[in-house]
Design a protein around this ligand. Structure first.
Ligand SMILES: CC(C)(COP(=O)(O)OP(=O)(O)OC[C@H]1O[C@@H](n2cnc3c(N)ncnc32)[C@H](O)[C@@H]1OP(=O)(O)O)[C@@H](O)C(=O)NCCC(=O)NCCS
Length: 188
């Protein structure tokens, strides 16, 4: 299984200038054959990566998992969202290391927001490690705000733990922007 490096020409510019990027990216639910690529990105991305069991349990519970692939069908990232009553919880958002800072997480968030709205969900919640500066920057730029703190929520090693910041994004009715960050909320 190979997760090939993507060049920047496939990335940010294409997402921001929709005409250029139309049809370049594919989005779909995972198939069994996708999980080698998913798990390869997981282990490169987290100190405590999800296992195949976590993903299977999520899908079995009806959570929404979406893959983002390039035009050659190579996986660049994925999201997992747990639906709730009038709200949803983003459980996993990961982009392949070689494909970062090209707008893929923002695109995955756009799609998660779009689907949440379509399901009548009005708030998108998530937890992020306090030390995860990349993810915090992403969520802040996207318009998430901090609503709470879970002390020692995440393990670091056998002795130490790390706080989780509880963030949320309110989702206005369809047709209104969901964030103030100027990102385009729609599907590409
Ligand atoms: C966090 C993560 C999902 C971001 O993915 P990405 O595709 O690189 O993010 P994007 O390119 O869509 O970035 C969108 C915006 O987020 C912010 N951002 C993202 N990564 C950043 C970084 N490393 N440093 C500073 N800001 C960053 C910027 O505002 C960026 O916009 P810009 O590129 O125009 O400055 C990715 O780094 C990742 O998979 N990390 C490991 C897994 C993880 O921590 N997931 C989140 C768990 S809560």
């Amino acid at each position: 299984m190979i997760v090939r490096a993507l060049t920047r020409r496939h990335g940010r510019a294409a997402d921001r200038h929709r005409g250029d990027g139309a049809g370049r990216w594919q989005h779909r639910a995972p198939l069994a054959a996708d999980f080698d690529a998913v798990l390869a990105i997981e282990v490169q991305s987290y100190s405590h990566p999800w296992t195949l069991g976590h993903f299977k349990d999520s899908l079995g519970a009806g959570y929404r998992m979406e893959l983002r692939l390039n035009g050659d069908g190579e996986l660049v990232g994925y999201s997992v969202v747990m639906p709730g009553v009038k709200e949803a919880h983003l459980l996993n958002l990961t982009v392949a290391p070689s494909a970062r800072r090209q707008g893929h997480a923002r695109a995955l968030l756009d799609r998660a927001v779009h689907r949440a709205r379509a399901h009548g969900e009005r708030t998108l919640w998530l937890e992020v490690r306090s030390g995860n500066q990349e993810a915090r920057a992403l969520y802040h730029a996207y318009g998430f705000t901090q609503r709470g703190l879970r002390p020692g929520y995440y393990p670091i090693d056998h002795q130490q733990r790390e706080d989780a910041l509880v963030l949320a994004l309110d989702l206005p009715d369809v047709g209104h922007p969901a964030s103030t960050a100027g990102f385009v909320h729609g599907v590409d």
